[in-house]
Design a protein around this ligand. Structure first.
Ligand SMILES: C[S@@+](CC[C@H](N)C(=O)[O-])C[C@H]1O[C@@H](n2cnc3c(N)ncnc32)[C@H](O)[C@@H]1O
Length: 278
């Protein structure tokens, strides 16, 4: 089989398995199996594959056919300027979370050496991106999951940011680490337990349940942030689609000022921020 034929038959296989973007995924997987970029794939379109190359591609495509997330099959995923290791230990970083980082960087812009706290650090995506894009920032990331923290630690080493990002195993129900912080940011678990069944298989069957489901986590982060933010410090939260108004009301009722919402690239309000007046 040629490269082109493998891409085509892989896309057909993935489509039959209900994968939402079968052609793009097939290109990513065959490129990975051959050690090529997606562009190179097209430069080698008519080249026949060797037996071991075909076996490598088939194994990756088979995994995706079980609805394992593309990011887990590839083993790494882009987030802002970083390429992070990703696997079942933590949530796959999402595009809307890049907007969370955008807001954090905008709010920290004038602070030379800000201290930030990322609650529910997962793969390390938010904490590491802030450290990467604000050279003076020091970030503490906490998570209740030892698995997620191990992955975040690997990503801190991989990105060369380990000296400015500290990771702690801590459950937010026991409070947040002592501040004062200039910023508390969180993408907390916000799926309601009765919504889990309606999630796509990639999320429902593969991503850690503790990263998804967490009734009350958003409120717990907001309440805890009041005790560890410096006067004038900011809280930035990623919220579920359709809940930005309610979370804005929550922040206002807890005493946060300048409460504002930001839309993601799809036009949904997914980020809520507020300033702690002290
Ligand atoms: C939605 S994931 C976010 C991961 C990462 N920050 C990101 O944006 O991709 C939520 C994270 O919060 C962690 N978590 C859930 N409940 C927690 C709790 N009670 N205390 C601390 N971390 C918690 C989960 O283990 C998970 O890593």
């Amino acid at each position: 089989m040629t490269v082109g034929e493998v891409v085509r038959t892989s896309a057909e296989f993935l489509a039959a398995k209900g994968v939402p973007s079968p052609r793009v995924d097939a290109e990513h997987l065959v490129a990975r199996g051959l050690g090529l970029s997606r562009l190179d794939l097209y430069l080698e379109y008519d080249r026949p594959l060797t037996g071991p190359e075909l076996a490598a591609c088939r194994e990756l495509v088979r995994r995706r056919g079980t609805r394992e997330p593309l990011a887990y099959v590839l083993g790494e995923w882009g987030f802002r300027r970083l390429v992070l290791a990703v696997d079942r230990r933590a949530l796959v970083p999402r595009p809307e979370t890049e907007v969370v980082v955008e807001r954090c960087l905008a709010l920290l812009g004038t602070v030379d050496e800000p201290r930030a706290l990322d609650v529910g650090v997962g793969s390390g995506a938010i904490a590491l991106a802030i450290a990467d894009e604000h050279p003076g920032a020091r970030v503490v990331g906490i998570d209740s999951s030892a698995d997620a923290l191990a992955l975040a630690g690997e990503n801190a080493e991989r990105t060369g940011l380990a000296d400015r990002v500290s990771l702690l195993r801590q459950d937010l129900v026991h409070g947040l680490p002592a501040g004062p912080f200039d910023l508390v940011v969180s993408n907390p678990p916000y799926v309601e337990p009765d919504e889990v069944g309606s999630l796509p298989p990639e999320v429902r069957d593969w991503e850690p349940r503790a990263a998804l489901v967490g009734s009350g986590a958003t409120e717990a982060v907001a309440r805890g942030a009041r005790r560890v933010l410096r006067a004038g410090g900011w809280l930035v939260l990623e919220v579920a689609d359709g809940t930005a108004e309610a979370v804005s009301g929550l922040l206002a009722s807890l005493g946060f000022a300048d409460v504002a919402r930001t839309r993601d690239l799809a036009g949904c309000e997914r980020v809520v921020e507020g300033r702690w007046p002290g």
